[in-house]
Design a protein around this ligand. Structure first.
Ligand code: ATP
Length: 438
């Protein structure tokens, strides 16, 4: 049952709000002071919503929110304010409150707001059921960043190799944002040729061109109020880049054949596995669009750099596909587990997912064994081996080039490649580069 904890030091107002919400099917816990509120929070489950007054006698709702967040309680939190408390209300939003609502409006809007919160939670739960919450240090940091960026409307750039999980993170940001109840639209920029792009992005009216037999909505309209995820942005043709930039700057667009502009109300999240800086240097990507899309950046690591995530992911995929086979597969043998953890996974999570699916088909008893995984070097595809080898070669050459440009000064070379010193030194060691031999 949907549950809300109401913390309000005026019993009359608290009871009135409680009655209103109970009439709409909510279970309520009424607390008339900070102490009782804190107790109710400690006993709450993670989806219970907290509505607290800003002023609670000598105590204060913001302190409660601060206590909750620093003690790991992530319950949705709404603060009730009086007319002169907007500055403090802004602070509560920064601390992760869902909303602040002036008390005089509360009875009119609270029910709608609570339903929105519940709907958002449901969708987040659905997404979380499809994916594994990755516990590696690197991924925990990524989830934290995603949560922080979700609170703003900043354009976010997600960087990472193919199959690392960029789209999931983009959707997570969307579902934790104010736009969560609006669409999340994915655009595969690689398929947008200059001819198709205008109509695909902005739509067209009936008769706008010879084959336009009916009007069509573009991605900007389909995602209205929500998030547009521009996947593989590095593949966007140059003239489409200019078009996109204009729309992002003016926040308006015009469908083909239309006579009026429409408002471009979307949050942009883009992703790429390409080195976009290099693309800018080589003139393949517009630098103004590059900066417009990089208001915030999240880098997704390769699967082999988060080894502790491999087995939880593998076991999750095992359960996922278990429903689709009539075999009674119970687990993965110790030897197969060792093989999974030490494999290099050039195709990242996507490769792991198909490896487990294939193993389940091949497996002839209850335990997946190392042969079922087909992971030996000889069974790695040529393409995957080439990809890995080429990547090493390119990275090595880039480091050598930067060192030469900077007369062997490692700190400057790391800066030039926008790498942290630690990563730069680690890569030099990995590739056997020594400044003596330059
Ligand atoms: N945490 C996760 N839990 C379960 N499955 C995951 C997780 N992360 C990624 N996957 C699965 O791995 C595959 C690749 O994920 P996703 O499409 O998000 O990666 P990507 O980096 O966007 O890929 P690409 O660069 O090819 O567009 C998908 O099938 C996805 O369901």
């Amino acid at each position: 049952m949907k549950k809300v904890i109401i913390i309000e030091d005026s019993p009359t107002f608290c009871n009135m709000l409680g009655k209103k919400l109970e009439a709409k099917g909510w279970k309520t816990i009424l607390c008339y002071n900070y102490r009782d509120g804190l107790k109710a929070v400690k006993e709450s489950s993670e989806w219970d919503v907290v509505i607290s007054d800003m002023r609670l006698g000598n105590d204060n709702g913001i302190d409660l929110l601060e206590w909750m967040r620093s003690n790991g309680y992530q319950n949705p939190f709404i603060i009730m304010t009086s007319y002169d408390e907007s500055m403090s209300a802004v602070r509560t939003m920064k601390l992760g409150a869902e909303d602040y609502i002036p008390k005089k409006l509360l009875l009119d809007v609270v029910y709608e707001r609570l339903e929105e919160i519940i709907d958002k939670q449901k969708r987040l739960v659905e997404l979380n059921n499809k994916i594994v919450y990755r516990k590696s240090e690197k991924f925990r940091r990524i989830y934290k960043m995603a949560e922080l960026f979700a609170k703003s409307d900043m354009a976010v750039m997600i960087l990472g190799d193919n199959g690392t999980g960029k789209e999931h993170i983009a959707e997570k940001i969307h579902l934790q944002s104010k736009r969560a109840d609006k669409p999340f639209e994915v655009v595969d920029c690689g398929t947008l040729s200059a001819e198709l792009a205008v109509s695909a992005l902005f739509g067209h009216e009936k008769g706008a061109f010879t084959s336009a037999e009916a009007a069509r909505k573009g991605y900007f309209e389909l995602a209205a109020g929500g998030t547009l995820f521009l996947d593989e942005i590095g593949n966007l043709p140059k003239d489409v880049q200019a078009m996109l930039l204009r729309v992002l700057q003016s926040k308006s667009y015009r469908p083909l054949g239309a006579t009026k502009d429409k408002v471009a109300d979307v949050r942009i999240i883009a992703a790429t596995n390409e080195n976009l800086q290099e693309a800018v240097r080589e003139g393949r990507f517009r630098s103004d669009l590059y900066y417009r899309l990089h208001e915030a950046v999240i880098e997704i690591p390769r699967l082999r750099d988060c080894k502790e995530d491999i087995m939880p992911l593998a076991n999750f995929f095992l359960k996922l596909y278990d429903r689709h086979t009539d075999k009674e597969i119970k687990c993965i043998s110790k030897e197969a587990q060792r093989a999974l953890v030490s494999h290099t996974w050039p195709g990242n999570v996507r490769e792991l997912k198909s490896c487990i699916m294939r193993a389940m088909l091949l497996c002839e008893n209850e335990i997946i064994d190392v042969e079922d995984l087909q992971l030996s070097q000889s069974t790695l595809t040529e393409e995957a081996l080439d990809f890995d080898e080429q990547e090493r070669k390119i990275n090595r050459e880039r480091i050598l080039w930067a060192l030469k440009q900077c007369n062997g000064i490692k700190r400057d070379a790391a800066k030039m490649l926008e790498m942290s010193h630690t990563t730069f030194y680690a890569r030099m060691k990995e590739y056997g580069i020594s400044t003596n031999k330059l």
